[in-house]
Design a protein around this ligand. Structure first.
Ligand code: GTP
Ligand code: MG
Ligand code: ZN
Length: 358
């Protein structure tokens, strides 16, 4: 399941000091590991020496917290009692999530403890600046550093022009053109793939995330024994999120293609993704300017003099409106939760009364 045969330590699996310290507090038959993939109820966890498939303890399940791919977890390991299960999740450094369509707009964790997110797009019909802006807001909010990969450079008439177009909306985030098919542009990925670093790849279905991972695995001329993210036999749509350990010691997480990228709790990332607009807005006459035609609007002025593309402003305003809507939804969810709590207390009070009545 991993591309390496040697025994990775917790640190080699990407754990940082805080996580090692948190695990050091466990004494007894505990082992720490990193979640590589998640099945219906079981998890594949990389532990020093091997990979194990384990469930989750009832106590952890009742906390409502579920391990995510990339999480460092504590496993209670008592083979003599036939028990081997995840009992705790060690503190997360970063959390990449997307809004869940559920109540309260609460976030769905894509992956945890990610250093870098490769936002993958491809030359051709997937290439969309507005979608990239949305991805950047989500990744900025996660604490991980985004890098944009424009894949399938071999299909582009002018790959450098595409790269530059993406760079124009990336606000200083690195934008790299690659071709997973030809293996070109990969040397520029090396700084993000140092031993112990973790990269998650996200992007639409078909942009080449799995092909890129395969190229990274075979790039190191690993002879045998590795699992390929993409089997090369016709189209293979990734259905399960999975962490791979590269021969060089970096870890990459392959994700199923995202059909939509709800903002979720990523509102905080909008500011970073649109630092240019925020900077202009600071110079608007009114502090609560919505840049919809108010007098003295520095943002509109920038659109008029051509320094800020109208489409980028519209993209920003759309994301802000969505974030406001999410915040409202979250507030409604909170109220509902409160109501439920009160109902629960009411039921308990009735039970208490009934008990007393008997
Ligand atoms: N021309 C060209 N085709 C590529 C390149 N990279 C990937 N492809 C092709 O694009 C198709 C989709 O690639 P995948 O790696 O499966 O895409 P994915 O992003 O993993 O897709 P999902 O798993 O559905 O999210 C495959 O047929 C690949 O061979 C590239 O650099 N150039
Ligand atoms: Mg795939
Ligand atoms: Zn304004």
């Amino acid at each position: 399941m991993t591309a390496q045969d040697t025994v990775p330590t917790l640190r080699e699996l990407g754990a940082h000091g805080e996580q090692e310290a948190a695990f050091a507090r466990y004494a007894g038959p505990y082992i720490a590991g990193r979640v590589a993939s998640r099945h219906r109820t079981a998890f594949d966890v990389l532990v020093p020496g091997s990979a194990v498939r384990v469930g989750v303890s009832g106590a952890l399940r009742r906390t409502g917290r579920a391990p995510a791919v990339g999480d460092f977890v504590v496993i209670l390991d008592r083979p003599e009692a036939g028990t081997r299960m995840i009992v705790a999740i060690l503190p997360r450094r970063t959390t990449v999530s997307r809004g869940a369509p559920g109540e309260g707009g609460d976030a769905q964790v894509i992956a945890a403890n990610i250093d870098t997110v490769f936002v993958v797009t491809a030359a051709g019909s997937d290439f969309n600046l507005r979608r990239l802006e949305r991805y950047l807001a989500v990744v900025h909010a996660s604490g991980a550093a985004p890098v944009i990969l424009v894949n399938k450079a071999d299909l582009a008439d002018d790959a450098e022009a595409l790269r530059a177009e993406a760079a124009a909306v990336a606000g200083g985030v690195p934008v790299l053109a690659v071709s997973a098919l030809q293996g070109s542009g990969f040397s520029a990925l090396a700084p993000f793939l140092q031993p112990g670093q973790t990269v998650a790849l996200i992007g639409s279905s078909g942009v080449g995330k799995s092909t890129i991972i395969n190229a990274l695995i075979t790039d190191a001329r690993q002879e045998t024994g590795h699992v390929r993210a993409y089997d090369g036999k016709g189209r293979h749509t990734t259905s399960v999120r999975q962490l791979f350990v590269l021969p060089g010691g970096a870890m990459v997480i392959d994700n199923p293609g995202l059909r939509e990228i709800p903002l979720g709790s990523a509102a905080a990332g909008i500011g970073e993704a649109f630092a240019d607009v925020i900077g202009l807005a600071a110079r608007c006459r009114y502090g609560d300017c919505r840049h919809e035609g108010e007098p003295g609007c520095a943002v509109r002025a920038a659109v008029e003099d051509g320094s800020l593309p109208e489409a980028r402003l519209q993209s920003y305003l759309r994301l802000v409106r969505e974030a406001e809507f999410q915040a409202e939804k979250a507030a409604i969810g909170l109220k509902r939760m409160e109501k439920r709590k009160w109902k629960g207390i009411g039921a308990e009070a009735r039970r208490f009364r009934d008990d007393r009545g008997h």
